[in-house]
Design a protein around this ligand. Structure first.
Ligand SMILES: Cc1cc2nc3c(=O)[nH]c(=O)nc-3n(C[C@H](O)[C@H](O)[C@H](O)COP(=O)(O)OP(=O)(O)OC[C@H]3O[C@@H](n4cnc5c(N)ncnc54)[C@H](O)[C@@H]3O)c2cc1C
Length: 292
């Protein structure tokens, strides 16, 4: 949306394609407190602010899951589930999707106790006992918001500490209904029609079963860029390689945000990438026009 903002303000015609919800991952965060000039805001409200801003500038948008991008006769065609879309330049900003634990029962209890989004599903566990698996910012954010409404929150981490923001970890440790269980790895989700418990393995090899009504898995994000292979170069772990101008291996295709190879994945860094990618795409389009 930031890339769209810059391109629209440069007078370009912009089509924003989204497969699920405008705003992406940040719309899943109940509270965002590290966006300069905004002390505290829900991720959903923040996403709406940007969407309003680009709507006022006349952005065109469509809901579709883009399966591939091909180059034909100087145009790029993005092929979606429902339609194909043509453009002279493309900015890929597909972000990441949740990493799964890949353990027994995870698929069986998906939507029946296992979730990857506390904002989406947290309300179903009001007054109940929930578990959060993970040790980063997303896990901390999930645990803090669940602690407001759930009876008890168990936070289970693979190592002996959190890797997210210190202030969030400190805030979590102050909550009376939160129990932190370090040095454990989940091995199985168990239940009947719904999730009832999780099996964990301790460092010493012994196991224990934790009763729970719901489990929120927040163990990181994975890119989903294989569909763009051929036009862009990917790192071994699937992130898109770009230069400082956010340009990919193909002239006219840019990548921005969490989908690209970088160290820090945050709203501000995604927005920065979006601005750079758009300005690069604008320069590319202007050059095309000059030469045509
Ligand atoms: C729970 C949680 C809390 C967080 N809290 C913070 C925080 O407090 N502060 C902070 O700075 N960052 C936070 N982050 C990280 C931040 O949300 C991300 O770094 C940021 O959203 C990345 O933006 P992005 O646009 O690159 O990708 P995303 O937000 O992942 O957006 C990508 C979008 O592309 C869409 N998409 C993907 N593939 C396709 C396709 N093939 N076709 C069509 N559409 C597609 C997706 O549906 C998605 O909407 C948090 C993340 C999570 C999960």
């Amino acid at each position: 949306m930031t890339a769209a903002l810059y391109a629209l303000r440069a007078g370009k015609s912009v089509l924003l394609l989204e497969k699920s919800a405008f705003g992406g991952q940040i719309a899943e965060s109940p509270k965002v407190e590290n966006i300069p000039s905004i002390k505290s805001i829900s991720g959903m409200d923040y996403a709406s602010l940007i969407f309003d801003q680009i709507s006022d500038l006349g952005v065109a948008f469509d809901m579709d899951d883009i399966k591939s991008v091909i180059k034909e006769d100087g145009y790029f065609t993005a092929k979606g589930e429902y339609a194909s879309y043509e453009a002279k330049a493309v900015i890929i900003a597909t972000g990441c999707k949740p990493r799964k634990l890949a353990i027994k029962g995870e698929e069986t209890f998906l939507g029946k106790g296992v979730s990857y989004c506390a904002v989406c599903d947290g309300a179903f566990y009001e007054g109940k006992d929930v578990t959060v698996i993970g040790d980063g910012n997303a896990a901390l954010s999930y645990a803090l918001s669940l602690a407001d409404t759930s009876r008890k929150v168990a936070v289970c981490t693979l190592f002996d500490r959190f890797f997210g923001e210190e202030s969030a970890a400190k805030a979590l440790l102050k909550r009376e209904n939160v129990e932190v269980i370090h040095d454990v790895s989940a091995t199985e989700f168990k239940g009947d029609a719904e999730l009832r418990s999780i099996l964990f393995k301790k460092k010493d090899g012994s196991s224990f079963e934790l009763k729970t009504d719901g489990c929120f898995v927040a163990i990181g994000q994975l890119p989903d860029n294989s569909r763009f292979e051929g036009l862009v170069r990917l790192t071994a772990d699937g992130f898109i390689q770009v230069d400082g101008a956010m340009a990919t291996a193909t002239a006219g295709i840019y990548a921005a945000g969490d989908c690209r190879d970088k160290k820090i994945r945050q709203v501000t860094t995604a927005e920065s990438d979006g601005a750079i990618a758009a300005l690069s795409a604008i320069a590319y389009l202007n050059k095309l026009e000059t030469h045509s």
